[in-house]
Design a protein around this ligand. Structure first.
Ligand code: DGU
Ligand code: CA
Ligand code: CA
Ligand code: CA
Length: 194
């Protein structure tokens, strides 16, 4: 039958292998021993998604540790970060990541950390309290296309912050409130609606 939603305690990163799907069925993952959810680097991720993996219907509770690491392509459907840790999701190697109907709350700094070339499709994302919704790593000139189709972003510094001249962002149906500067990018020409 259909079980009630529950807390699931983990002591190791959950690995979703290439092409496989992890369906959290609405449960909340509580990590032990993977990190404290602070801004300390080198915390472990809650999930590691290998190429072509899907993560869905899951809440990530505190501590958020280093969130979700993605290697290649991935889809995240209905994932909620209740209290983002060091960051929520990191693209670790080149790929296309699609986030559908996800929620992220209470990110001290970054939500989506982009450390590789990629295509990031954001559909209906709700983020409250953040530094940057999306940040590329340092001064790296990553080739990134970001598409935001539907989003509510409240209480933060930037939607995108990048030093990359090779990042483009397109957006529509986006609502923001209390965001200091939407686009912190080398050139305004990198941002457009569609
Ligand atoms: O800049 O590389 O914050 O993946 C220094 C570091 C930093 C990364 C990034 C991440 O940018 O650790 O969490
Ligand atoms: Ca970091
Ligand atoms: Ca937090
Ligand atoms: Ca991190």
């Amino acid at each position: 039958g259909v079980g009630a939603m529950a807390n699931v305690t983990i002591t190791q990163t959950i690995i979703v292998k290439a092409g496989e799907t992890y369906d959290g069925k609405g449960n909340t993952i509580i990590a032990q021993g993977l990190g404290d959810g602070s801004q300390a680097e080198n915390q472990k991720p809650i999930f590691r998604l290998e190429n072509g993996a899907t993560l869905k219907n899951v809440k990530i509770g505190a501590p958020g540790c280093d969130g979700v690491h993605v290697y290649g392509n991935a889809t995240l459907d209905n994932v909620e970060w209740i209290d983002v840790g060091e960051d929520a999701m990191t693209l670790k190697s080149k790929g296309t990541v699609t986030l559908n109907n996800c929620i992220a709350k209470n990110a001290y700094d970054k939500v989506l950390q982009i450390n590789a070339d990629g295509t990031i499709n954001i559909n209906n994302f709700r983020v409250t309290t953040f530094g940057k919704v999306l940040r590329t790593n340092g001064s790296g000139q990553y080739n990134v296309t970001v598409t935001i189709n539907g989003g509510t972003f409240s209480g933060g510094t930037n939607i995108v912050r990048t030093e990359s001249k090779n990042l483009k962002v397109r957006y529509r149906n986006m609502t923001t409130s209390g965001v200091t500067k939407l686009w912190e990018v080398p050139s305004a020409s990198q941002v457009s609606t569609y």
